[in-house]
Design a protein around this ligand. Structure first.
Ligand code: NAP
Length: 251
């Protein structure tokens, strides 16, 4: 897949793993759409660093949990010059650590809306544009799951873990639906990565606390996840679809 005139959308690219992925994709030559929900300053800072490095990008606000905003996001991409060839479903949230018996329906629905419905809607819009069945040029989708899908995150956020389990199932199912239509669908499952997300769970120092339990004895860096995403969207992984890569230091 040539990257000239190729557009890559990274959801939740203002911070953390999404920001690192946007930077790598821009370096590779993609025009990168940096989606964010509310932190415009961070999204603009990512865009600035990409521009300074000679890359091309655009910042687009949209809450991926809302269907109308996802539709608007993809319509904005349609107006760009170039072809959408890459979707990285990275946007994701978790809430304060607690046991399942304490969770409200509102919380569970918010987590599922962002972590499951969001990627479903983004995949829907991307497939309509990428699939040979719809006259598209093909493409590659990467879902950012989590090692939580394997561990279940007991006493912390079983809702989050279950949302990532759903994403793994979607990765497999969608990959088979579109395998003969020029689209590859894969996932990465990061373990404990140094980003802001742990503060949202109420424990900013969570990675440091759990480092000893990681076989490699350290948390991961966003770039170490981004490198795998880059490989999955590139032609270097051209026979890989429906697969999941664990990036968890051995966890
Ligand atoms: P982060 O630093 O908290 O960044 C999350 C990003 O997602 C932000 O840019 C945020 O936008 C965006 N976002 C959240 N909800 C959104 C929505 N509804 N619509 C659009 N954008 C939204 O998180 P991260 O750690 O990099 O996590 C990225 C992905 O990796 C997530 O799917 C997460 O579940 C997964 N993951 C992370 C870890 C880890 O240890 N960090 C481990 C496993 C999996 P704003 O900046 O505007 O709020």
């Amino acid at each position: 897949m040539t990257t000239t005139n190729s557009i890559a959308l990274v959801t939740g690219a203002g911070r953390g793993i999404g920001a690192a992925t946007a930077r790598l994709l821009a370096k590779e030559g993609y025009f990168v759409c940096i989606n964010y929900r509310s932190d415009v300053e961070s999204a603009r800072a990512v865009a600035l660093s990409i521009g300074e490095a000679g890359g091309r990008c655009q910042v687009i606000q949209a809450d991926v949990s809302r269907e109308t905003e996802v539709v608007r996001l993809f319509e904005a991409i349609d107006r760009l010059s170039g072809t959408l060839r890459v979707l990285v479903n990275n946007a994701g949230i978790l809430k304060t650590q607690m046991r399942l018996e304490e969770m409200t329906a509102e919380r569970i629905n918010q987590v599922l809306a962002t972590n499951v419905t969001g990627p479903f809607l983004c995949c829907r819009e991307a497939v309509k544009r990428m699939s040979h069945r719809h006259g598209g040029a093909g493409g590659s989708i990467v879902n950012v799951s989590s090692a939580a899908a394997r561990t279940g995150s007991p006493n912390e956020y079983v809702d989050y873990a279950a949302s990532k389990g759903a994403l793994d199932s979607m990765t497999r199912g969608l990959s088979l639906e579109v395998a003969a239509e020029g689209i590859r669908v894969n996932a990465v499952r990061p373990g404990l990565i140094h980003t802001d997300i742990h503060a949202d769970g109420g424990e900013p120092g969570r990675v440091a606390r759990l480092s000893e339990r990681i076989p490699m004895q350290r948390g991961g860096e966003p770039r170490e996840v981004a490198e795998a995403i880059l490989w999955l969207v590139s032609d270097r992984s051209s026979y890989c679809t429906g697969s999941v890569i664990d990036l968890a230091g051995g966890l």
